[in-house]
Design a protein around this ligand. Structure first.
Ligand code: KIV
Length: 281
């Protein structure tokens, strides 16, 4: 396929192109009914692997607070913590759209604060879009970013930055609150968001939101009907100790790493490593 500036990938997942995936490609995938995967990434090496595997969108999630920095929620992580991770993911990839998550406290205060934070992620780290959490309460922020030319991915349902309001990590949108979520989703679309993450919501609600919106929905614990699915890479690779119900473990990386590092340690202790093969002569 041609790599000209106007070329479109034949498929969002795995489609070859000489340029980055854009919001137009994501919109076109919804039009043709193509489902696609998004994964988180926090460093250049894993970003390269996911990018070469054809993952079209990489999210530098504020989940880094937990999986990179070891906090027990996403709240403590700062813009300065996420900035170098985002820059590394951009450097490690060449096709994927890299979305930077705006951390807690970096956008809620005002549209101006949101704009200043998002501009930093775009200018200093090279992000191609940003994500923020919340519904109608963040519409002024979404509008300010979109009118400044910054693509915005929204996030509804179990928004982890509000864990203290929810009183824990629990399913959102059951009963009447489902109507609220639907209204939030429609307003976010009208404000210019290019996609919306639906986290931990009932399958039927996610299906209704997906068919009501013309922008793609990206599910995590939202059942099979969303346009895309996202997982934190440490969850899908089996590094996380107690993953949520919605996680499918595609590999047991924790076990493989344990085996490998014990093997290394045993060989060092027993003098079997290094051999002449791994030495300079
Ligand atoms: O921070 C994150 O990784 C996320 C995804 C789980 C959607 O927000």
């Amino acid at each position: 396929m041609s790599s000209s500036a106007t070329s479109r990938p034949t498929a969002l997942y795995g489609g070859q192109t000489g340029r980055r995936v854009t919001v137009r490609d994501v919109a076109a995938a919804k039009e043709r009914g193509e489902k696609w995967p998004m994964v988180t990434a926090y460093d250049a090496m894993t970003a390269r692997i996911f990018d070469e595997a054809g993952i079209p969108v990489l999210l530098v999630g504020d989940s880094a607070a937990m999986v990179v920095y070891g906090y027990d929620s996403t709240l403590p992580v700062s813009v300065d913590d996420l900035m170098p991770l985002t820059a590394a993911v951009v450097r490690g990839s060449s096709r994927a759209m890299v979305v930077a998550d705006l951390p807690f406290g970096s956008y809620q205060a005002s549209p101006q604060q949101a704009l200043e934070t998002a501009v930093r992620f775009m200018k200093e780290a090279g992000a191609h879009a940003v994500k923020l959490e919340g519904g109608r309460r963040v519409l002024p922020q979404v509008e300010a970013l979109v009118s400044a030319g910054i693509p915005v991915m929204a996030h509804l349902g179990l928004t982890p930055q509000s864990v203290n309001v929810f009183g824990g990590y629990r399913v959102q949108g059951r009963g009447q609150s489902g109507d609220e979520l639907m209204a939030d989703a429609k307003d976010l679309e009208a404000a210019g968001a290019f996609a919306v993450v639906l986290e931990c919501v009932p399958t039927d609600l996610a299906e209704r939101v997906t068919t009501s919106l013309s922008i793609p929905t990206i599910g995590i614990g939202a059942g099979p009907s969303t346009d895309a699915q996202v997982l934190v890479w440490q969850d899908l690779m089996g590094l996380t100790e107690r993953p949520a119900k919605f996680v499918k473990k595609y590999f047991n990386l924790a076990e493989e790493m344990d085996r490998a590092v014990r093997s290394f340690a045993g060989e060092v202790a027993g003098g079997a490593f290094p051999t002449p093969e791994h030495s300079y002569h």
